[in-house]
Design a protein around this ligand. Structure first.
Ligand code: SF4
Length: 202
């Protein structure tokens, strides 16, 4: 029996990124391979659950709440990619699955959607994934150099799809100002805000 390390399962709104505002059930997986200084995700505890049990819990929450979006997040969910692949096989095909990842471990599945928030080696992560239709990028902005880096990557790869820019939460109003000041240099960007934190939602 395949088991997976689960930090939490809950149902709420997707608070950020391309699906902002959409009701979703979240599967937060344990563990991360990075150690970002601003990280505020609590992945300190986990339960080992069988993939079958996780599928049943997810479907119970999704059916009860009329939800069609499953967000698999972390931590870094690709650390448990084999388990995720097994889980997907247990779920109905008509569910939309969104994987939130830092992209540092290359794992690609055509049947799900990716929201990639590169944290280290950003250009390498971008290069690995940017050609796929089912991939969206969300960059966390902490200073003007981060905006410069996004512009440089967009230009180098001729990327004209939307990119989401999200200020680090502790200074996201300042970062929104900075992004606005950089409008003349930016194309096809959208601001992402962690609305769930402002609304005291999970
Ligand atoms: S990649 Fe995400 S979960 Fe991992 S340390 Fe950075 S912010 Fe936290």
């Amino acid at each position: 029996m395949i088991k997976i390390k689960v930090s939490e399962i809950f149902t709420s709104f997707q608070g950020e990124g391309p699906y902002i505002g959409t009701p979703a059930t979240f599967l937060r997986l344990y563990g991360c391979n990075l150690n970002c200084q601003w990280c505020d995700t609590d992945i300190s505890t986990y339960e080992m659950l069988s993939v079958d049990d996780v599928a049943e819990i997810l479907m119970t929450q999704m059916e009860f709440n009329n939800i069609n979006l499953l967000v698999i997040t972390g931590g870094e969910p690709t650390l448990q990619m084999e388990e995720i692949k097994r889980l997907i096989k247990e779920l109905p095909e008509d569910i939309k699955i969104q994987l939130e990842t830092n992209g540092s471990i290359f794992e690609y599945l055509p049947e799900i959607e990716y929201v990639i928030s590169p944290k280290e080696d950003k250009e390498k992560v971008f290069e690995n994934y940017y050609k796929f239709e089912n991939v969206f990028f969300k960059f966390v902005i902490t200073c003007e150099e981060d905006i410069d880096e996004v512009i440089s990557i967009k230009n180098k790869y001729g990327y004209d799809k939307t990119i989401w820019l999200q200020g680090e939460f502790s200074k996201d109003a300042l970062m929104a100002d900075l992004i606005r000041e950089n409008f003349p240099r930016l194309e096809n960007i959208k601001l992402s805000v962690q609305t769930h934190k402002y609304l005291n939602q999970r």
